[in-house]
Design a protein around this ligand. Sequence first.
Ligand code: UD1
Ligand code: CA
Length: 451
Amino acid sequence: MTRTCLAVILAAGESTRMNSSMSKVLHPVGGRPMIAHVVESLVDAGISSVALVVGRDADQVTSAAKRGDIEISAFLQTERLGTGHAVLAAKEAIAKGYDDILVVFGDTPLITAAPLMVARKALAEGTDVVVIGFQTADPSGYGRLIVENGELQAIREQKDASEEEKRITYCNGGLMAINGKKALDLLGKIGNANVKGEYYLTDIVEIVRASGGTAIAVEAPEAELMGCNNRAELALIEAVWQKRRRHELMVSGVSMIAPETVFLAFDTEIGQDVMIEPNVVFGPGVTVESGAVIHAFSHLEGAHVSAGATVGPYARLRPGANLGRDSKVGNFCEVKKAQIGAGAKVNHLTYIGDAFVGEKTNIGAGTITCNYDGVNKHVTRIGANAFIGSNSSLVAPVSVGDGALVASGSVVTEDVPADAVAFGRARQEIKPGRAKILRERYQAEKAARKK
Ligand code: UD1
Ligand code: CA
């Protein structure tokens, strides 16, 4: 398409119905602010000029929307007088003269590029105003689309709708494409004579028709146009987003036994033939290479899992966990900011933090890297082919050389050279017959108490 386009994102609303200390567009979906999803769809649709209308939490909303590959200029809507008023906050940008003006809402994060392109195509074919609509079983809260003879006559807001109009299930998704040559003129004619006393963007439909122009509605799936006004809707949107992303991953070659129990983040990357068992949560920043297995009830965030590695069940990988090829992090283990070498095993009830574990090293059950002295964090370095006996504490900063062996139950406070054995515990003593003597004494004491 050679036509120029400006997208105006409305994100200045008060978010009253969210009952939140922050703007709703900052609330996360798939682990990142809603507004960032909207911007991504614009980028996917090939749009590079974006005007962002901000009000509440202006600075945070602007920085959540920003990204490296496009320019976004922010405009402050100082008073929240409605969506029609909000678009005009970006008057200066619109006045630069674009072929197409696209208006999108910051609280509609499931939108994809497809309907935006369809709307622009209709503008290119000569329509003046194109509204993206959707059919829904529960239209409450949405503006209703009044269509006759294939033309959009008007959009009626819920509060202004008659009983008959309220029964319409074809709704305004909040996305609109406007002929750029007429946009400022049409927007300038919007008034506020309605129940809420707001300037409704939706009035533009009747305005354009009154001036002899044309308006149509094009339908898109409900799952792309759900708006978020309160937290119940936020949860519904999250559910739709998760379902969509799981589907994409499964189709790309990832196995999930119970996909509805797996939760993904916007940037989760999972390779082919990875198996994900039930109840796994991915926070932001996780990459999993092909053939890895993520067993049930694991939680991963900011971590990398190399090919063939296995995680869990019940493992927690925190930011900076980097698992080498074919390594294992097993049940009830926590790994943070640590490199686990290829083929190394961290199998049971262990904490590895701020550490390097060499290739093929075995970390016994209950090992703890004591990385924190209450003030600073310190590093533990364990070489390749080492063996850390169960229930050992490695008090950082400390290092264990290649091939070294740490006896179980050790508290290691000094560096262990390669191929050395470190004992960090009291030696065992045997007292023959002593248990019997003690037992008889305790029994006598108990009997004496009962008398
Ligand atoms: C709006 C539409 C409704 C549509 C629905 C789709 C209008 C009048 N109504 O209703 O037809 O079905 O979206 O989700 O347009 N905003 C501002 N400044 C303002 C007011 C709002 O920037 O002064 C922003 C909000 O931050 C939000 C968006 O505009 O991102 C929509 O506003 P909202 O109040 O949520 O509109 P709805 O009542 O949902
Ligand atoms: Ca809304």
